[in-house]
Design a protein around this ligand. Structure first.
Ligand code: AMP
Length: 199
């Protein structure tokens, strides 16, 4: 099985209305800790971001928070993590989150989460990385985005040579197995990296 050391989780700085989101964030945080996978995240203490980070810490896991200076108080920077990096700006934050992770997971969230997820999809599409990107479609939260991606493919905007490579998980428990399977497939060479999310 592939070795995954760090996973970057993008998720809301709010909790969302559906309690299933926080529940999934908590369960995924505990799973990261149980599997000795470090959480890399945006460093905040609010919403799903705070929930996933606290769940990792409560289960004895390791967390790297990366937050820009101007958000330290606004997003209630979590101080009791093992590693904390304060960056000058958002661009540096995103770059470091990217560099420090072996895979990316988007739990439910807002515009920030969407932007970070889409950026990883575009970088992958342009061949800038081959790290797995998992869309955690908890209670169908990401259905509208999956529909739009499907539409882009139908309309020929996402097309051979410019494929969007991602996997869709419906439960927190599906995420790590999907990442392992994806990494194993790439290692075997049985997939040439053109794996497309099931739309
Ligand atoms: P949100 O999903 O909007 O609650 O935001 C989740 C996280 O993404 C927060 O830490 C935001 O600071 C961050 N964020 C907001 N806007 C952006 C952006 N344009 N690029 C990257 N991260 C962002």
């Amino acid at each position: 099985m592939s070795d995954i050391r760090s996973i970057c989780v993008y998720c809301g700085s709010g909790a969302g209305e559906n309690p299933a989101y926080a529940d999934a964030a908590r369960r995924f945080g505990a799973l990261l800790a149980d599997n000795d996978v470090r959480l890399v995240y945006g460093g905040g203490g609010l919403g799903l971001m705070g929930t996933v980070a606290r769940a990792v810490l409560e289960s004895g896991g390791e967390v790297l928070g990366i937050i820009p200076e101007f958000l330290k108080s606004r997003e209630h920077m979590l101080r009791d993590v093992q590693d904390l990096i304060v960056t000058e700006d958002m661009h540096h934050r995103k770059r470091l989150m990217f560099e420090n992770a072996d895979a990316f997971v988007a739990l439910p969230g807002g515009i920030g989460t969407l932007e970070e997820l889409v950026e990883m999809l575009t970088w992958g599409q342009l061949g800038q990385h081959t790290k797995p990107v998992i869309i955690a479609n908890i209670d169908g939260f990401w259905e509208p985005l999956l529909g739009l991606l499907n539409e882009m493919e139908r309309e020929g905007f996402i097309r051979p040579g410019l494929m969007a490579t991602y996997q869709v998980a419906s439960e927190a428990e599906d995420i790590l197995p999907l990442i392992h399977a994806e990494l194993d497939r790439r290692k075997d060479g049985s997939d040439n990296g053109a794996l497309i999310g099931k739309l």
